[in-house]
Design a protein around this ligand. Structure first.
Ligand code: C2E
Ligand code: CA
Ligand code: CA
Length: 809
C-alpha cells in the first residue's frame, strides 16, 4: 500500500489515538508533540501534510506551528482548533485555507481529508500568519530580505538568544556569532547547500553571545525566493537547545556505559516482540556464551526462536508471567532452564520490562538474561542436604513438614499419614553392632520404598520412624490394602530379627493445624498397640484415641504439678502384706502407689506410672513415694512393729539416676529408719538394657543392707545363666505364672523349676497374685518361701495395714 506520510502534531494523547483511528488507513501517520514537531519535519522529508492540533491553544503549540508553516511551504495542513480561536486568527472567517474542527466528527473529517489530498495553502495567507506571530515566537527569527544583512529584522526571541539587538546584528553579521570551533561545520553546511542547490538546511552549533557566554542553538537556514523581485529572502531561525544538549550528553554517557555493560554482561540483553516466539529484535553478544547461539541466529527467529530455547516446562509459565507483568506494568523476574545449542541445559535468571507506546500497547519487551547455573546448583545442593537423609536416600521430616504446613495453611486437609514405627532395633545394636543395624535398616527402607507410588511418598521422620505421605485422603480399604503390602514387604525380615513394627494412620484434619500435630497423631496411633504378641500392628488415630490422648495430656499436667508439691491430685500409698508361706504370718509389705485425679478420679499405677516415666518426672515422683513409704515404716515402728520391712517399687530410670542410692540412704537415715526395713523391687524387663550398670546398683544397695527383689520374674529376658550373676535377693514370680496354677496344670508349670533354682542359688522365692487356697497350698508344698495375693490380703490403707500386722504377727 502506498501511504502518504503526514505529521500529526498534538499534545493530547487521546486526540492522537482518535485521529490515528480515523486516518490511519489513508495515511502513514507520524506523531509528534509541539516540542518535537520541527524535528519530525526535518527528519521526515517525505511528509506531505500536517494535521496540527491547536485545540489546547497554548502559545507553544501555536508558535511551532507558525515556524513549521514557514519552513515547509509545500505542506498541506489541517489545523484543529476551536471556532472562536480561528475567528480571532482569521478575521472572523473560520473557512478559507485553514480547516477548523473543534470536535472530531469522523465522517466530516474524512470528507475534509479528501480535499486535503489536493488542496494547497497560498503563500500570502501563510505570510500573513507568520507576521501575526513573528514577534511572539519563542524561536529566534531573523529575516534578511535580498540576503542583505543591513536590511535584516529580527524578533524578540532572536535578540534574547543572541544578546544582540537589530542594529548590532546588522553590523557584525551572522557568521561572526558562530563559535570559532563550529565555524567550520557552519561553512560546510552553507557550501553543501550551494552545491546541492538546496533551499534550506539545519544545523546545531554554538553561538557566542554578546556577553561572551556560549549558547547551543538549533539553526534553520532557508533561502526563500521572492518571485516578484527575482531575489531571495534569507530566513534564519534559532532555537535554544541548551537543555537538550545537556540531556544528550548525558544520554551519550549512559549509552556508552550501557554498551559497555551489555558487552560485559554475563548473559544476554535483549529486545523482543511480545509474541509466542519472543521474536528477538536485538540480542547482545553475550548470547553465544549463554545459549551457544550467535545473536544473528536468534534475531527474527532466524535459526531458532527464543521460545524453543526455553525448557518445555517453563514455556507456559513464562507466557503467564509476562501476561501478569504487562497487565500490572511491572517487572518480570523469573528463574528457569534453557536448552543450549549443544543440547545441555542451564539455569538462567531473567529480568525484563514491557515497553509501551503512548496508547498503552506493548511495543516490545526488554531485559537481561543471566546464567545462574552455578548458584542454582549450589542452592539445590544445599536444599538437598537439608531436605534429605543421605544414608537412606529418603526425603526427610523438614521437607515433609513444609509441604504439609503449606497445604494446611491453604485450608486444604486432604492427606493421609501412614507412620511406620520400628521398635527394638536398639536391642540389635547391642547384640549385633552398629553396622549390622545400619544395613538392616537400609534393607528395610528399600523394601518400604517399593510401595511408593507417584502419590504416596516415603519420608524419613526420625530414627526408626518412617512416614508414607499420601497427598489425598486414602480410603480405609486402600489403607488396609497398603498395610497388607507393608506386611508382605517386611514381615519376613522383622520375624527373623524379632523387631516390632507398629503402623499408625492419621489423616490431616482441621483439628491439627500444624504438620507436627499430624505426625504426632500418627505416632500416637503407632504406639497404641492392641496386641503385644504380634510383631506387626496397625492402628488408626480416631476419636477414642483423641480422648485418650487428651486424658493422658491432662494427667501429665496434673502429675507434673504433683511431683513439684503443688498437689493437683493426691498421691498416697497402700500396702499389700507379703506372707511367709511356712508360718502364714506376715513378713513384709509391698508399697503400691495410688493417685486420685481431680478430673478423672482414681487412676491405676499401670496408667500413671508410665506417664510419669515418659515425662521424666519419675525421679521427683519416686522421692515422694519413698517419703510416704518411710512415713509408713515410722508409723509401724511407733506402733511397736520394729521388724516389718516395706518393699518399694523402683523404676529403671530411678535406679539409673546417679544420685538415687545416695539420696535413698540419706532419706532413710534422716527418717531414723534401719536400712534393712527398706527393700527395693525392680522389674525384670529393665535388665534388657544397661545390664551392667543396673547390676552394679543392686550390688551397691546390698552393701548398704538394702534388700532387692526382681519383680515380674519370667516376663523379661533373663536367662538362667544371668540369674546366677545378678545381685538381688528375691525373685518375685509374675502373676501370670501363678494364675493358671492348680493341681492339674502343675505338671506343665515352670513354677516348681524356678523355686528349685532359687533354692540352688540361695535366692528367696516369692509368688505374686495368689488368689486361691489351692494355689497357696501348692506353693507352700513346693517350698516357695513367700506369697502375696488377694487370697491373703488386698493392698491396705495405712490404718488397716497396721491393724493387719498386729493381727498376723
Ligand atoms: P507390681 O509391682 O507387680 O504390683 C503388683 C500388682 O498386682 C499391684 O497392682 C497389686 O494390686 C496387684 N495384685 C496383688 N495381688 C493380686 C492378686 O491376687 N490378683 C491380682 N489380679 N492382682 C494382684 P497395682 O497396685 O495396680 O500396681 C500395678 C503396677 O504398678 C505394679 O505392679 C508396679 O509395677 C506399678 N507400681 C505400683 N506402685 C508403684 C510405685 O510406687 N512405683 C513404681 N515405680 N511402680 C509402681
Ligand atoms: Ca512390685
Ligand atoms: Ca509384680
Amino acid at each position: 500500500m502506498n501511504f502518504e506520510e503526514i505529521l500529526l502534531v498534538s499534545n493530547d494523547s487521546l486526540k492522537v489515538s482518535r485521529i490515528i483511528k480515523t486516518v490511519g488507513d489513508t495515511f502513514k501517520v507520524i506523531v509528534a508533540n509541539s516540542d518535537t514537531a520541527l524535528e519530525a519535519v526535518v527528519k521526515n522529508p517525505l511528509i506531505s501534510g500536517v494535521i496540527y492540533d491547536l485545540s489546547d491553544e497554548s502559545d507553544k503549540i501555536l508558535h511551532t506551528f507558525v515556524v513549521m508553516r514557514s519552513m515547509h511551504e509545500d505542506l498541506r495542513m489541517i489545523i484543529l482548533a476551536s471556532t472562536s480561536f480561528m475567528k480571532s486568527l482569521n478575521g472572523g472567517n473560520p473557512d478559507g485555507v485553514f480547516w477548523c474542527f473543534d470536535c472530531l466528527d469522523e465522517n466530516a473529517f474524512r470528507e475534509k481529508l479528501k480535499e486535503f489530498k489536493y488542496r494547497k495553502v497560498s503563500t500570502s495567507t501563510r505570510m500573513r500568519f507568520v507576521e501575526a506571530v513573528f514577534d511572539s515566537s519563542p524561536v529566534g527569527i531573523a529575516i534578511i530580505p535580498r540576503d542583505d544583512i543591513k536590511r535584516a529584522f529580527i524578533n524578540r526571541s532572536f535578540q534574547a538568544i543572541t544578546g544582540y539587538n537589530r542594529e548590532e546584528f546588522a553590523s557584525i553579521g551572522w557568521e561572526a556569532l558562530t563559535h570559532p570551533d563550529d565555524q567550520k561545520i557552519d561553512r560546510e553546511a552553507k557550501e553543501h547547500q550551494v552545491i546541492l542547490g538546496e533551499k534550506h538546511y539545519n544545523l546545531e552549533k554554538r553561538l557566542v553571545r554578546k556577553d561572551g557566554t556560549i549558547a547551543w542553538v538549533g539553526e534553520y537556514m532557508a533561502l526563500i525566493e521572492e518571485k516578484e523581485e527575482n531575489a531571495v529572502v534569507r530566513l534564519i531561525m534559532i532555537r535554544n537547545i541548551e537543555n537538550r544538549k545537556v540531556i544528550e550528553e548525558k544520554l551519550k554517557e549512559s549509552d556508552r556505559s550501557r554498551s559497555t555493560l551489555l558487552q560485559n554482561l554475563p548473559g544476554l540483553a535483549y529486545r523482543c516482540a511480545n509474541d509466542v516466539n519472543w521474536t528477538m529484535e536485538f540480542v547482545s553478544d553475550g548470547a553465544s556464551d549463554l545459549t551457544g547461539y550467535d545473536p544473528q541466529e536468534l534475531i527474527n527467529n532466524r535459526i531458532i526462536s527464543f521460545n524453543d530455547i526455553i525448557s518445555r516446562k517453563y514455556r507456559k509459565i513464562l507466557l503467564d508471567e509476562w501476561d501478569k507483568v504487562i497487565e500490572k506494568r511491572g517487572v518480570m523476574q523469573y528463574e528457569y532452564e534453557i536448552i543450549l545449542k549443544d543440547g545441555t541445559t542451564k539455569w538462567v535468571y531473567e529480568r525484563g520490562v514491557p515497553i509501551y507506546d503512548y496508547q498503552g500497547n506493548v511495543l516490545a519487551l526488554e531485559g537481561i538474561i543471566i546464567d545462574i547455573s552455578r548458584s542454582k546448583k549450589l542452592e539445590k545442593q544445599l536444599q538437598y542436604f537439608s531436605d534429605f537423609n543421605h544414608k537412606l536416600k529418603l526425603p526427610n521430616r523438614e521437607l515433609l513438614s513444609t509441604k504439609i504446613q503449606k497445604k494446611l495453611d491453604a485450608g486444604n486437609t486432604l492427606g493421609t499419614i501412614i507412620l511406620v514405627n520400628l521398635k527394638d532395633t536398639q536391642r540389635l545394636y547391642r547384640s549385633h553392632g552398629y553396622q549390622y543395624v545400619e544395613l538392616l535398616t537400609a534393607s528395610l527402607v528399600n523394601k518400604l520404598k517399593t510401595l511408593e507410588t507417584n502419590r504416596i511418598i516415603l519420608y524419613y521422620l526420625e530414627e526408626d520412624i518412617y512416614v508414607y505421605y499420601a497427598k489425598y485422603r486414602m480410603k480405609d480399604s486402600e489403607i488396609k490394602e497398603f498395610y497388607h503390602s507393608i506386611n508382605v514387604a517386611i514381615l519376613r525380615t522383622i520375624i527373623r530379627e524379632q523387631i516390632r513394627c507398629n503402623v499408625g494412620v492419621a489423616h490431616l484434619s482441621k483439628t491439627s493445624l500444624t504438620s507436627d500435630a499430624c505426625f504426632q497423631k500418627a505416632r500416637i496411633a503407632s504406639e497404641f498397640i492392641r496386641d503385644e504378641n504380634r510383631l506387626l500392628n496397625i492402628n488408626y488415630y480416631d476419636d477414642a484415641m483423641e480422648k485418650m490422648v487428651k486424658r493422658e495430656d491432662d494427667l501429665k499436667k496434673e502429675l507434673i504439678e504433683t511431683s513439684f508439691d503443688e498437689s493437683a491430685g493426691t498421691l498416697r500409698l497402700v500396702f499389700q502384706p507379703i506372707i511367709d508361706l511356712k508360718t502364714g504370718k506376715i513378713s513384709s509389705f509391698e508399697a503400691l502407689a495410688r493417685y486420685k485425679s481431680p478430673k478423672y478420679g482414681h487412676i491405676s499405677p499401670l496408667e500413671f506410672i508410665p506417664i510419669v516415666e515418659k515425662n521424666r518426672i519419675i525421679v521427683a515422683f519416686g522421692k515422694k513415694i519413698i517419703e510416704l513409704a518411710l512415713d509408713f515404716v515410722k508409723k509401724l515402728i511407733n506402733s511397736g512393729i520394729k521388724n516389718c520391712p516395706v518393699a518399694i517399687n523402683i523404676s529403671a530410670l530411678q535406679l539409673l539416676d546417679s544420685d538415687f542410692i545416695d539420696d535413698l540412704i540419706l532419706r532413710i537415715e534422716k527418717a531414723g529408719v534401719p536400712h534393712n526395713l527398706i527393700m527395693v523391687e525392680v522389674t525384670e524387663s529393665i535388665f534388657s538394657a544397661n545390664y551392667t550398670q543396673l547390676n552394679a546398683s543392686l550390688h551397691e544397695l546390698n552393701e548398704f543392707g538394702i534388700k532387692t527383689a526382681i519383680d515380674d520374674f519370667g516376663t523379661g529376658f533373663s536367662s538362667l545363666a544371668r540369674i546366677e550373676k545378678m545381685r538381688f535377693n528375691t525373685i518375685k514370680m509374675d502373676r501370670t505364672f501363678i494364675e493358671p496354677l492348680n493341681n492339674e496344670t502343675l505338671n506343665y508349670s515352670t513354677v516348681p523349676e524356678v523355686i528349685n533354682i532359687c533354692k540352688k542359688f540361695n535366692i528367696v522365692s516369692l509368688a505374686e497374685g495368689i488368689e486361691t487356697k489351692e494355689q497357696y497350698d501348692i506353693l507352700q508344698n513346693l517350698g516357695c518361701q513367700y506369697g502375696q495375693g488377694y487370697y491373703m490380703s488386698r493392698p491396705l490403707e495405712v490404718v488397716d495395714a497396721i491393724k493387719f500386722v498386729k493381727e498376723n504377727i
